[in-house]
Design a binder for this molecule. Structure first.
Ligand code: DX5
Ligand code: ZN
Length: 227
């Protein structure tokens, strides 16, 4: 289930496994689930849209067996429409594509809908938030990158706070309850600011997997108000 009993725009933690020790991936994921993280963030990089390469469908298919967390798949790949079906069958629940990576975003969104998955659209820090306006009736989640996509462990870009507020205002103006996800450089020391600005789905990689994942998730859940 994507939305819990508190309804839409529920505050959710989505740990990014990019920062995990892959030698212990199953155990690390289980810790985040047991400690209350409802989503799991899965960063796919193609070495083209972003400089680095991460992991893809076979890894998703494997980990899907070990957790019932919502698989929050972030495709940092050029023309992601080519892989929508593959990620859907590998176990994605939400498929997020980059506005900047799609020649035809409407068609890409339609393809994600056609395979029955939730639709996310992401914008890089330099992309005006207003580009999202024409897609508001087609998406479930807007992912506002709070670092340049491509690597974990970067610093949060402070201007992102204004961008989150702007996005929430656009949604309110249009009476849309779309989730706003933030990704990059989020820690306990700045999560309250991003929540106050209007974000409700929080990606955290380093802040969860560097150190004790159980304790880190519990600390986040205290702020997010887990059940
Ligand atoms: C960056 C990825 C992020 C990354 C976040 O391109 O999309 O999901 O894993 O990592 P932290 O939380 O370490 O900044
Ligand atoms: Zn991500």
């Amino acid at each position: 289930m994507l939305y819990g009993k508190r309804g839409r725009n529920e505050k959710i933690l989505s740990p990014s496994i990019l920062a995990a020790d892959f030698g212990y991936l199953k155990e690390e994921i289980e810790k985040t689930s047991a400690a209350g993280a409802a989503y799991l963030h899965f960063d796919v990089m193609d070495g083209l849209f972003v400089p680095s390469i991460s992991f893809g469908m076979p890894v998703l298919q494997s980990i899907k067996k070990y957790t019932d967390q919502v698989m929050d798949v972030h495709l940092m790949i050029q023309e992601p429409i080519r892989y929508v079906e593959d990620f859907a069958s590998a176990g994605a629940d939400i498929i997020t594509v980059h506005y900047e990576a799609c020649e035809n975003l409407k068609e890409t969104i339609a393809k994600i809908r056609a395979v029955g998955k939730k639709v996310g659209v992401s914008i890089k820090p330099g992309t005006p938030v207003t580009v999202i306006e024409e897609f508001l009736s087609d998406i479930d989640m807007l992912l506002i990158m709070t670092v340049e996509p491509g690597f974990g462990g970067q610093s949060f870009i402070p201007e992102s706070l204004e961008r989150i507020k702007e996005a929430r205002e656009i949604m309110e103006k249009n009476a849309r309850q779309i989730d706003i996800e933030v990704d990059g450089g989020i820690y306990l020391h700045n999560i309250e600011e991003v929540l106050a600005a209007g974000a409700n789905v929080i990606v955290a990689g380093s802040a969860v997997f560097k150190g004790d994942a159980t304790k880190n998730v519990k600390d986040f859940m205290e702020i997010l108000g887990g059940d």
